[in-house]
Design a protein around this ligand. Structure first.
Ligand code: SF4
Length: 83
């Protein structure tokens, strides 16, 4: 599970977030590009290719799209229990 204490500093506030690559639980983003390719309206890459959330989903369809990225992330670096 993504560690809500290790959020990427660029995440926009809200439910969904990506964790920083330095997450000491070993679940930080590895810049695999799955989420920002799969849902570019909601996830972006920083200068190192690490992901962060740029927009929180509001419709059921968009939430589903973000959950799909959460489930597809190979290292569990996307969380949906943020604030
Ligand atoms: S899917 Fe996970 S590891 Fe890949 S870029 Fe997104 S947050 Fe990082």
């Amino acid at each position: 599970m993504a560690n809500p204490k290790m959020k990427h500093p660029k995440n926009i506030a809200g439910k969904f977030y990506c964790t920083d690559p330095d997450d000491d639980n070993g679940e930080g983003c590895i810049a695999c590009n799955v989420c920002y390719t799969g849902a570019p309206d909601f996830f972006a890459e920083d200068e190192d290719g690490n992901a962060y959330v740029i927009k929180q989903p509001t419709t059921d369809e968009d939430v589903e799209l973000c959950v799909e990225q959460l489930e597809a992330c190979p290292v569990g670096s996307i969380g949906d229990d943020g604030e």
